[in-house]
Write a protein that binds this ligand. Structure first.
Ligand code: NAD
Ligand code: TDX
Length: 342
């Protein structure tokens, strides 16, 4: 049997790079193609360790590029896992348009090519990597299930919800073998330092203010990136076409708890905490019910939050070269604009 070919989009980003690495290890017979536009969030430094693997090929390009995507499908693909996206909520507030272009139109371009090249395939799979944010915000109790109505509140989550709905429509209308996953907040190595955990670690290391939005009591449900990727591998190979699967860690934490934990691990003073103006439309609480993943596949995360967060903090301490290499001039400009006068 010829080796399976998998197209991983956004594989130079935080979660995609973890999935590329895991796929090369778990399925050494697969040919892995990583299609990534290398936006500010994509960095080939993240993939140095596997760049010479003969089963791996990197292609710089946009998921919205029709000719390029067509060519990749024409070369034969068994699986597509779509991570490529604009992923930062704050950026979607200051500049929403690119979120619609990449997250909705880009995803549709992949779906269209899949429709053309996989007309009656029983074995091909398109996996749309989505987020719990499409469900909106929770009150103090309850969890998002796969049946929770979509009520996205930011341009980012609205664009992810748009892609989810298109993915669903391509299954119902065209019979395309699609899968959708919705995961909670990820943490771990190689996360771009604009996101809460790496931003706070790096500011603490640099003895700079830690900007906490609002009252710091918003809740996120944290999952280690390698547990997310393990779950994605299961869904890709065993999931039923047309189905959606929630993935989460049962680790609901207030932001301020995480900020304090980071300061304490790094032995820095809590006087570095600065409460700043809240994010507009800031979702109060996310919590994922991943009972379906547990029941259908027996999936469970391997990391406890306590172990994962300590390892992650240590990873950033030991990998400041990586942090400095991804903080380009553009990021420094973004940081200044995002936090100045807040
Ligand atoms: P990221 O921002 O770290 O990486 C995104 C990658 O996509 C980058 O490498 C970037 O260069 C690439 N990209 C952007 N636009 C592209 C385009 N037009 N064509 C090709 N490549 C493009 O994001 P992440 O945190 O790794 O998230 C990956 C996916 O997982 C996203 O779809 C996101 O919505 C979803 N997700 C993220 C989280 C989280 O906590 N980070 C949780 C649930 C779901
Ligand atoms: O400087 C900050 N201060 C702060 O208090 C930043 C960057 C964030 N926060 C708060 C906002 C959120 O309540 O921390 C929480 C986490 O913020 P982000 O790291 O920006 O993540 P979030 O908005 O929860 O979205 C993330 O999880 C779901 C990812 O960025 C998305 O891609 C994913 O879909």
């Amino acid at each position: 049997m010829p080796a399976k070919k998998i197209l991983i989009t956004g594989g130079a980003g935080f979660i995609g790079s973890c999935f590329v690495r895991q796929t090369l290890t778990k399925h050494p017979d697969y040919q892995v193609i990583n299609l990534d536009a290398l936006t500010y969030a994509g960095n080939l430094e993240t993939l140095r360790d596997i760049e010479n693997n003969p089963s791996y090929r990197f292609i710089k390009g946009d998921i919205g590029d029709k000719d390029l995507v067509d060519k990749l499908f024409a070369g034969g693909l068994d699986y597509v896992v779509n991570f490529a996206a604009e992923s930062h909520v704050d950026r979607s507030i200051s500049g929403p348009e690119i979120f619609t272009r990449t997250n909705i139109l880009g995803a549709q371009n992949l779906l269209e090519a899949a429709r053309k090249y996989w007309p009656r395939s029983q074995t091909a799979r398109y996996l749309q990597v989505s987020t719990d944010e499409v469900y909106g915000s929770l009150g103090p109790s309850g969890c998002f299930t796969e049946e929770t109505p979509l009520q996205p509140n930011s341009p980012y989550s609205a664009s992810k919800a748009g892609a989810d709905l298109l993915t669903r429509a391509y299954f119902h209308t065209f019979g395309l073998p699609v899968l959708t996953t919705r995961c909670s907040n990820n943490y771990g190595p190689y996360q771009f330092p604009e996101k809460l955990i790496p931003l706070m670690i790096n500011n603490a290391l640099a003895v700079q203010e830690l900007p906490v939005y609002g009252d710091g009591r918003n809740i996120r449900d944290w999952l280690h990136v390698s547990d997310h990727c393990g779950a994605l591998d299961i869904v890709l190979h065993q999931g039923a076409p047309g189905e959606t699967y929630n993935i989460g860690g049962h680790n609901e934490k207030e932001n301020i708890y995480i900020v304090r934990l980071i300061l304490s691990e790094l032995k820095k003073s809590e006087t570095l905490i600065k409460y700043v103006k809240d994010r507009p439309g800031h979702d109060r609480r996310y919590a994922i019910d991943s009972g379906k993943m547990e029941k259908v596949f027996g999936w469970k995360p391997r990391y406890t939050f306590e172990q994962g967060i300590r390892e992650t903090i240590q990873w950033y301490v030991s990998n400041q070269d990586w942090v400095n290499s991804v903080k380009s001039g553009d990021y420094l400009k973004y940081y200044k604009k995002q936090y100045a006068g807040r």
